[in-house]
Design a protein around this ligand. Sequence first.
Ligand code: AMP
Length: 188
Amino acid sequence: MRIVLLGPPGAGKGTQAARLAEQWGIPAISTGDIFRANVKGETPLGLKAKSYMDAGELVPDEVTNAMVRDRLAQDDVAPGFLLDGYPRNPEQAVELDGMMKDLRIELDAAVEITADFDVVTERLLGRAAEQGRADDTEDVIRRRLEVYAESTAPLTAYYEGSGHLVRVDGIGAVPEVTDRIVAAVESR
Ligand code: AMP
């Protein structure tokens, strides 16, 4: 199973990616998690990414694409993967298509987890209180949602065009949403 998860920040991509990874026995790859680990470890990659992340902006494509290309070349990805947070704009989607072509593998589905902006804003503010993520402040949340609307939302049209798009309602109990995704993907 090779899946891309789409949806606004706070729609539950990370939570669902972890559950789906377990169910399908494939790794969940979160570009946000990889960046955060690098920021924490003060690696060169982390130093490059930090200012963008703190501002709610996208890390430059050349940095992000190279990181994903490396990750997809690792052995554990052979049975499949879930990408959470990548691609984030149409240029990254084109790049991902190229990487997969080079690896001679194909995407099964791009799952868009839908949730309206009021719901996700509230969830993100709640998460800020629980987890203390540096980019979960109100101003940065607003910017991340703008970046989503400007750069990432057009990806649904991209994957609709390629015939990969599956839309799933992200509002509801976590296990229910997981069941909806599994049913939608496995019935394709
Ligand atoms: P996330 O955990 O997916 O919400 O990502 C947190 C932050 O990491 C984003 O606001 C971006 O600054 C950065 N980031 C994660 N994935 C990407 C990506 N595919 N392209 C550019 N920046 C990204």
